[in-house]
Design a binder for this molecule. Sequence first.
Ligand code: DSN
Length: 412
Amino acid sequence: MSRKFCARGLSRKQRFLRYTEKVKDKVLEKLIKSEEKRQKGVINLIASENYASKDVLSALGSVLTNKYAEGYPEKRYYGGNQIVDKIENLARARSLKLFGLSQEKWDSNVQPYSGTPANAEIYSALVPAGEKIMGLRLDMGGHLSHGHKVSFTGKFWQQISYGVSQKTEMLNYEEIAEIAKKERPKLIVAGFTAYSRIIDFKKFRKIADDAGAILLIDMSHFSGLVAGGVYPSPFPYADIVMTTTHKTLRGPRGAIIFSKKEFSTAIDKAVFPGFQGGPHENNIAAIAVALKEAMSPAFKKYARQIVKNAKVLAAELQNKGWRIISGGTDTHLFLMDTWSRGISGKAAQDLLEAKGIVVNKNTIPFDIRSPFDPSGIRIGTPAVTTQGMKAKDMKAVAKKINEILSGGRKFN
Ligand code: DSN
């Protein structure tokens, strides 16, 4: 047999093509199809979810998943990275361009696997173990990785928490300033998973300066809104900005850490080799695709519509007698107090899901109930806006939510 032709008369190239053909695992194929059908068939109001484009999905499912690339472009621990280097550099350049950042002042690292590892990498780069990190309480809209005690971020570092005002259910900057002055944390993180208002980054800058702290803005939830020009940019005020890439930014799962030049060497070392091994270059390519999509005029229009939809949905529910935390929203999400009308958050989530509307149960500020069955639900509009829903659709969704929940009190 010639060297060119191998087993069963196939050339090496033909064998390779067979190998890269679609996997014929019927069990898994059926499950994926079912999930696709579920996603298409529901009204998805989960604030942190979205539908990535076909181009993002195809980069994710590409041969780039085969490549090991530990290290950074031009400084790798494996051969064969010439093309992968170009891809990672492209993603980094696009991330800076999207947010209008100059390469002289800012760097970005596109390797973090997701938001929680990214936050850990930032803390480990900049805050000695055992020192203080100050963040928004989880039960008032923060995130586990902002130093909560059940997360390793609350075990390796000491969380100093701040909350919202009981009266306004919004951030109380005077109180945050007092806590920071007293506790003098090494790092302050501002950002949220369940807070519907615009954060005053300028005030946080002053609070951080007065306390001698580094300022980290976790814009995971609202980075797509910043890119679309409908939420203020944190970059004029922050030292470090972190975002996941799969929420309003509508990319693949992953994260980006933006850092001012003086912090970037420490951040890069903390990402690799500090926390991670080989970067997921298929993911990084998909992030590059999403960043390009987010630069388009269509994305700006999309971001405007997300916020408009959230405002309309919140106002309609409010008109039907539902209490919206803080009285409304400036963003893609809001919290609704269901317990004030006798329905727990879990019951509301289950009732809605049974009728094809997917939300998540959520604590509300000063919640008297447990996080497993809290007093409210979180509602967000990024995914339904991707599906093309507009204000009139939001009115119909509010009507449906009201009808479902108004009949739901007996379930508690
Ligand atoms: N779990 C995400 C959310 O739903 O907001 C944040 O990581």
